[in-house]
Design a protein around this ligand. Structure first.
Ligand SMILES: Cc1cc2nc3c(=O)[nH]c(=O)nc-3n(C[C@H](O)[C@H](O)[C@H](O)COP(=O)(O)O)c2cc1C
Length: 204
């Protein structure tokens, strides 16, 4: 078998590359071993400097071209996204040798049906994080000077609901970089405001 036979079917196929990227992202929601399960999301800090953090990918809607993550409304990134909702999302899966870089805008959902469905889909061990006191990012006098509700206390877990937000990312562009001995493949896909797609190969 030659090296080329090992290459993915979408190696030289722009449409196939885009479909593969969306499928890898969608699989990343449930597959904890996927590099796309915990992408890095970047916002623009209130001082104008970039700020990045790892977040768990909770949902992908390929038809709507959107991703979903969950967070605490009290966290700094929320204030940043309220000021400027642009976001960059970056994931790399070493097994697939594939980097995916996305740009888009976030929508914050705290007290609507989207937030409620996301909250209902969250497990107790995730819900518990939204009941932290004091708020995430607060300075504390010692490493253990914070409290979490116990995960078997339903009432306390429900109290975290007020701090919970589903963050939906409407994707405006997707860039892939596939690493191969035979030659890397880099492609950029972008959608205009009307949803029309432009797809281009780029020199890696
Ligand atoms: C593996 C991993 C997964 C994480 N998942 C989330 C997440 O889903 N949501 C979240 O808000 N923070 C998550 N965090 C914590 C963030 O990286 C970050 O430290 C925290 O949200 C505070 O970010 P901020 O100060 O920019 O708001 C995760 C961290 C790690 C290491």
């Amino acid at each position: 078998m030659t090296g080329r036979a090992q290459l993915p079917s979408w190696y030289d196929d722009l449409d196939g590359t885009l479909a593969a990227c969306w499928n890898f992202l969608a699989r990343g929601v449930a597959d904890r071993r996927s590099g796309f399960h915990h992408p890095v999301l970047s916002s623009i800090g209130l001082d104008g400097a970039p700020r990045s953090r790892v977040m768990i990918l909770r949902g992908v809607d390929i038809a709507a071209r959107s991703l979903r993550v969950h967070t605490d409304l009290r966290s700094e990134k929320i204030a940043e996204w309220r000021a400027d909702n642009r976001v960059s999302v970056l994931g790399y899966d070493a097994g697939q040798k594939l980097q995916i870089r996305l740009t888009g805008r976030v929508r914050l959902h705290a007290d609507d049906a989207i937030a409620e469905a996301a909250w209902q889909s969250s497990r107790a061990m995730s819900r518990v994080c939204y009941g932290t006191a004091p708020a995430p990012g607060s300075e504390i006098p010692a490493g253990d000077a914070f409290a979490l509700p116990h995960s078997d206390n339903a009432e306390a877990l429900e109290a975290g609901r007020a701090h919970f937000a589903a963050v939906v990312i409407d994707v405006a562009s997707l860039e892939s970089l596939y690493l191969a001995f035979e030659g890397h493949r880099r492609a950029r896909f972008s959608w205009d405001a009307g949803g029309a797609l432009t797809a281009r190969w780029l020199a890696p």
